[in-house]
Design a protein around this ligand. Sequence first.
Ligand code: CP
Ligand code: NVA
Length: 327
Amino acid sequence: MARKRDFLSFWDLQDGEIEALLTRAEEFRFLRAVRAPHATRPGRVLGMIFEKASTRTRASFEIAIYQLGGHAVVLGKGDSQIGRGEPVRDTARVLAGYCDAVMVRTFGQDIAEELAAYAAVPVINGLTDLLHPCQVLADLQTVFAHFSGGLSVRAGAGAPASANSGSVLPVLRQQRYAWVGDGNNMANSWIEAAGILGLDLMLACPEGYEPDAKVLARARQTERGRITLSRDPGEAVAGRQVISTDVFTSMGQEQESEKRLRAFAGFCLDAPLVARADARAIVLHCLPAHRGEEISDDVIEGPQSLVWQQAENRLHAQKALLEWALG
Ligand code: CP
Ligand code: NVA
């Protein structure tokens, strides 16, 4: 029996599948750029469950399944029984009866795992407190496209270049990566990607805000990547090519925001900090951003910021992911 293709973390992908998804994501970027139809999954339905707010995840998944020829059903806290206490696992089983795949944005990773165990269709993690793998997939696409010039989206290109996922890993491994800020869901997904793909990643986090110890230990066990922790943002970014950050206060932590603002003093990704990175470095932020907190306005609006392309790539990367999950 074919395996049910859940995507709860990068560990759900087998060897070579990340590279294949990134290659396909680049093809989708090309197809969209030339307005070529690509309805490869007609009639398929994606159910989406949101226990937290979303702009990009909601819009990009809904548009992705639509452009693949399918349809999305969105259930949010405010407009479904979820907000009135119906358990996510019940909602999931009902949705699985109607849909071909389910995406969930929730709190605990255990909720997403439980949902996948109950649902007979593939379940995609659209963000938990622990991980945000769909975002890091788009981030990896952004890095690959930028430093390779893109597989297929080149000015004047008449047709998509034939897929060659063999070029993905060398390009990704040629870069050195930095994470500045909270050891949150985004940091944890970057760590998983680094461990699996063999990337050199240094994270600078204040004391008490380190990434998840189990995520870190498992990623280090591959002995492929080089994943190091620092307290010093300057050390983390020094000479590196890919600099990422995210909010200091994630969804669900709002009551800690003042304490966090104090703890993260000195961790703002501003121009003097970016100047310590490689001159060719790119700056990534999954958005939404708080200008003046984790990133300065001149950096997010500056020439090294790829945040808008990064956000757009959610659409392309998730088309590749949906195609893979739907089979
Ligand atoms: N980056 C991201 O997941 O954005 P949303 O919270 O708007 O979905
Ligand atoms: N770390 C952030 C990411 C938002 C896309 C959060 O969980 O709120």
